[in-house]
Design a protein. Sequence first.
Length: 447
Amino acid sequence: MTRQISLFLLLFAALGAAAADAQTLSFPVDSITVEGNRILSAQGIAAASGLKVGEKADGSAFDAARDRLLATGYFETVACKYKPSDKSGYEVTFEVQEIQPLYDLRIEALPVTVPEVTAWLKTKDPLFTGRIPGTQQVLDRTARGIEEYLASKNQPRKVAGKVVLLAEKKYEAQFTPAEGVPNVSLVTFEGNKAVRDTDLQNAIAEVAFGQPYTDTNFRVLLDNQIRPLYEKNGYMRVAFTKITTTPSTQVKGVDVHVTLTEGPQFKLGEVGVQGPMADQAKHILNVAKIGKMAIADFDQIRNATVRVQTGLKHEGYLDAEVSYDKHINDETKVVDVYLVPNPGPQYMFGKLAVKGLGLDGVDAIQKMWGVKPGEPFPAEYPDYFVKKVKEEGLFDNLADIRNEPSIDPEKHVVDVTLEFKYGADGVKKKPQQQPGISPGPGVPYPY
């Protein structure tokens, strides 16, 4: 009996050693492929992984490459797959999901400019494109790169980075000396007549108080928060002529005093369209719905750009961005405005997949879906469709409906998956014909 146990243990040890040898078996890497990337280049991702075509690697090396990519802070998820190639080596595939959103860089209180840093980092960091996610790993990684650049210029300095709010929905990745800069504790104004002190105070308080103070940063805040208050009433030449700071007597920080010059009011002149969609000016202006006005109101202009962007996304231009240019005539006190839509590619609807329903339910939902394959894909339609289905109560005990658009950035096709989830008892009800929604003609889309 003892001898049988010994033989079994020896056999088990031999099998374990063989498995370990297989795990560490090295062959050359013949190819590296990247899937799922929309922002970062496949070449940059492969370089950041540390794997190189032609060098030998094994399972542990592939695991380490995956971990290196995850540690960069650029990715939500990373998976590494490998298999034998036709050349007696490995074919390696990284499946990645990139972190979004990305932020522009801002440099404050450092003897270096953003263009300098951007050019340097693009040569040093294979994942750096000029904009970065706001993860601490990437902020630290970028700060170390800036330190290296400063050291190369014989200006060594410790650098720290963080994401800062500059205006409503406007964030940037800001890099400053590691020891920091004083925070804004109070802001006061003088020279204003057209806009009340309280309105100025409230507008700047949303973004400035408690934020690190630098002259460049603070002038951006004034442009983003205070200038629109004046442009709403036609004051196109408001200027922040003097900014002074004094140590706060109340808290640790600085009090900022702004002297401004309001300038004259301007009337609205021509309203037109420029850029790649200038030939569709009539359609764009119909969507913009800019009303007639004597004094230029740029709140209405900004609202018009939002309407145009929403309209373009409804027409399948999912990457659409809309800005405006203004031409100011100081002699006539007239400002002309030109909308500048950049639609990007038009995306078409591909196919609809339905999960969590029986055959009758899937068939009913497919018939109710109102966008046909090959038609322009309205960006907001899945949310609208889900809302209508919930409102009509076609299914008992429905907990939620998840819609998951899958966007192909190369083919410009969008597939949609609807997943129906139920409560604890899982009871489902067969869809019935009801007023306002039916399995036949599809869910109408009021636009």
